[in-house]
Design a protein around this ligand. Sequence first.
Ligand SMILES: NC(=O)c1ccc[n+]([C@@H]2O[C@H](COP(=O)([O-])OP(=O)(O)OC[C@H]3O[C@@H](n4cnc5c(N)ncnc54)[C@H](O)[C@@H]3O)[C@@H](O)[C@H]2O)c1
Length: 323
Amino acid sequence: MTRVLVTGGAGYIGSHVVKALGERGYDTIIYDNLSTGYEDSILYGKLIQGDILDFDVLKQTLKEYKPDAVMHFAAHISVPESVENPLKYYINNISGSLNLIKALRECGINYMIFSSSAAVYGIPNEVPITEDAPINPINPYGTSKAVVERVLRDVSDCSNFNHVSLRYFNAAGADTEGKLGERKKEASHLITMCVRTALGTRPYLNIYGTDYDTPDGTCIRDYVHVEDLAEAHILALEHLLNGGESQSFNCGCSRGYSVLEVVRTAKKVTGVDFPVKYAKRRPGDPPVLVSDSSKIRKVLGWKPKYDNIEHIIRTAWEWEKKL
Ligand SMILES: NC(=O)c1ccc[n+]([C@@H]2O[C@H](COP(=O)([O-])OP(=O)(O)OC[C@H]3O[C@@H](n4cnc5c(N)ncnc54)[C@H](O)[C@@H]3O)[C@@H](O)[C@H]2O)c1
């Protein structure tokens, strides 16, 4: 049985991937310090409560469980927080990843899938964004992801280690069976904020900037359902296990929705005309971030099932109502 160790597997995206792995018959070990994750979000496998910054425990865990591959989700993920406290991000996201890569090398584990982000591109010159676009992050969070991608490439180039970096665009939605979803106390994702505002757990929704050079003046983003992301991880794993080479892939639906379109659809799905406030632009928000995802579709055969914003919002709404 193929065994996969999943760092950050108790978090939002990791828990959906652990579920998908479990359903496909993979054996999973989850390595998570539960700083933002939840033990009861782990539906399959065994939890080792540990920190990626603790090299000895991490290496001991790898030695004991001997996974065939590792998926690495554990990280801090807030862009604004990374601007206020860059060291927190560089330590957890870079030092933690270096620990992991070093431990993998020392234990002879040769496959790793890394949660990267569209944030590595910064403000793109061209949209849709292909993987060949310049890597030019504009905040410490994006820089932390770009540095780890670079380290992975260098290590892969000089050894039999192989990796896949998946550059997620806006992860959204929840498990369609209603068992999992986003549980972060401080929501930073638009769709989660919309459904929480519709439920009344937030007083209003802020829309940052209405004067962008887009058809309705608000930012345009590419939303990818968390179960489609999970599928991308399974395909990336199979790619590596079958001898595929190291790659970086965009992971998005290649379809953009403006903030106002998302808000309109969220009001329709929830049936609640929730309050909205218009605020100034946030520094560092690119007007349009839409992926060209043809590479992952071609190389891995990935095809998002849920590229319909209404469906994505509905799964988030169903989940939020249960919390
Ligand atoms: N959510 C998105 O839209 C998005 C977009 C692009 C990339 N990503 C990346 O995807 C990954 C998962 O994001 P998420 O939204 O599920 O976040 P999350 O906060 O829900 O999950 C992160 C998990 O990692 C764990 N963790 C954090 N630091 C750790 C450490 N030092 N040691 C052990 N465990 C630790 C947390 O407890 C949590 O369970 C992250 O690497 C993030 O950068 C997310």
